[in-house]
Design a protein around this ligand. Structure first.
Ligand code: AMP
Length: 283
């Protein structure tokens, strides 16, 4: 596996691979890798000639009061895990090379970026869209792989790719969970023992809401019970949102109407840790 730290070198290397007719599968991450990330890398490796993984904790997507400084970093172990999966290239850039002095361009996907998490993390999706556009320009992938865990991110990126005619297929992969249903996340490392137990409630609440959606129960009751189940947990200190949404527009649904698929999504705070999770439900 080749480790590349200079954006220009990554761009030349990937460009040459594409010129030789090879497909590239690209997996962007912020490191502290777990089985969720590894599932994306395995999928990319199985569907492409060349697999490129990036690790970059992108400052632009963190708000001023968020956890950029304390975000888990574990590069040595990450390298071992990626090597084991036989990825071809790992891109490990320095902040100063990704954001040169005077950097002043950003990508804003209007509307979609303001809903759900965007409401509580202003500027977050601008940071995500900008760094993903840069990474797609550097790797010119055939396919880029993202987890359903960050569902809104996949919707924002798909829209950006469509609107800006970026020639990569966006592949969304299933959420990988712990045995008790908790979606794997680098931020789970922040949870103290009791908080970790509480965190399993997110999936339980989503699963129950999903059964209610399938049973055709009224939206108000589903929303109320979702909130009630989360509020009953003393360690859940805030519910940013917990509701049923249109999976493409991300607008909150009052009724499911003719929709074949809906998104049930939650974001809560457990102590200082913000956790998100979602399910797509077929009706
Ligand atoms: P992150 O390092 O948190 O930016 O995540 C990098 C990629 O891994 C994103 O596309 C995430 O959606 C994806 N990812 C994170 N957690 C999971 C999970 N539990 N299952 C599947 N994909 C995940």
């Amino acid at each position: 596996m080749e480790i590349i730290r200079i954006p220009r070198i990554l761009q030349d290397t990937c460009f040459k691979q594409r010129m030789h007719g090879r497909s590239i599968g690209f997996v962007p991450t912020m490191g502290a890798l777990h089985e969720g990330h590894l599932s994306l890398i395995k999928r990319a490796a199985s569907e492409n000639d060349i697999t490129v993984v990036s690790i970059f904790v992108n400052p632009m997507q963190f708000g001023p009061s968020e956890d950029l400084a304390s975000y888990p970093r574990d590069v040595e172990n990450d390298i071992l895990k990626i090597r084991e999966l036989k990825a071809d290239i790992l891109f490990l850039p320095d902040n100063s090379l990704m954001y040169a002095e005077g950097f002043s361009t950003s990508i804003q996907v209007d509307g979609l970026s303001e809903r759900l998490c965007g409401h509580f993390r202003p500027g977050h999706f601008r940071g995500v869209a900008t760094v993903v556009a840069k990474l797609l320009n550097l790797t010119s992938p055939t396919r880029a792989y993202f987890g359903q865990k960050d569902f809104q991110q996949t919707v924002v990126i798909k829209r950006m790719v469509r609107d800006l005619n970026i020639g990569a297929e966006i592949v969304v992969c299933p959420t990988i969970r712990e045995a008790d249903g908790l979606a794997m996340s680098s931020r789970n490392r922040y949870l103290a023992a009791e908080e970790r137990t509480t965190a399993a409630t997110l999936y339980k609440a989503l699963s129950r809401a999903s059964q209610q959606v399938v049973a055709g129960e009224p939206m108000t009751r589903i929303r109320e019970q979702l909130h009630a189940m989360l509020s009953a947990e003393p360690k859940i200190t805030a519910i940013d949102y917990a509701s049923v949404f249109h999976p493409e527009t991300l607008q909150e649904l009052q009724e499911t109407g003719q929709l074949k698929e809906v998104l049930i999504a939650v974001a809560v705070r457990i102590g200082k840790t913000r956790l998100i999770d979602n399910l797509i439900v077929n009706r």
